[in-house]
Ligand binder design. Structure first.
Ligand code: MN
Length: 145
């Protein structure tokens, strides 16, 4: 039986693949296993078996000669993963963190937040964007050593 930690790990992996595949397709117009392997820093047999699993589960379709493409279901999940990534990244950036740190920590926590927490982050980002004065004050206060 899969433990909670295991299914959490599986979910994180699934999300990382869908995010990478979607972004690669946006950047290059096609998806290749070697690009996925490079982007995620995993070996190609690992990519092959994950791609097969994603296909079985209806997230992508493999096409003879053309590699693969995400299904509507895959696109939907990928977009929500990316939106969550952007929300967290935007919020961390508002704290005045460098892009590198904000990115690293976004990757570190994005799979581990409750959807309700992400929604609150989204509201906070909206709130701060609508109020540049408060946003500047916040940043200033965060910038102290
Ligand atoms: Mn991410």
């Amino acid at each position: 039986m899969a433990t909670y930690a295991q299914s959490k790990r599986d979910m994180s992996r699934l999300e990382d693949y869908l995010e990478a595949i979607y972004n690669l397709n946006e950047e290059k117009g096609f998806i290749s296993a070697s690009d996925i392997s490079e982007r995620l820093g995993v070996k190609s047999p690992t990519v092959s078996s994950m791609v097969a699993k994603l296909a079985r589960e209806g997230y992508l379709e493999r096409e003879r000669y053309r590699g693969m493409k995400l299904t509507d279901r895959g696109i939907k999940v990928a977009r929500s993963v990316i939106r969550r990534h952007e929300t967290i990244f935007e919020l961390l950036s508002m704290f005045g963190l460098s892009k590198d740190v904000a990115y690293e920590d976004t990757e570190g926590i994005e799979h581990h937040l409750h959807p309700v927490t992400v929604q609150k982050f989204e509201r906070l980002v909206e709130f701060l964007k609508a109020d540049p004065e408060t946003s500047a004050k916040l940043k200033q206060s965060m910038d102290r050593d």
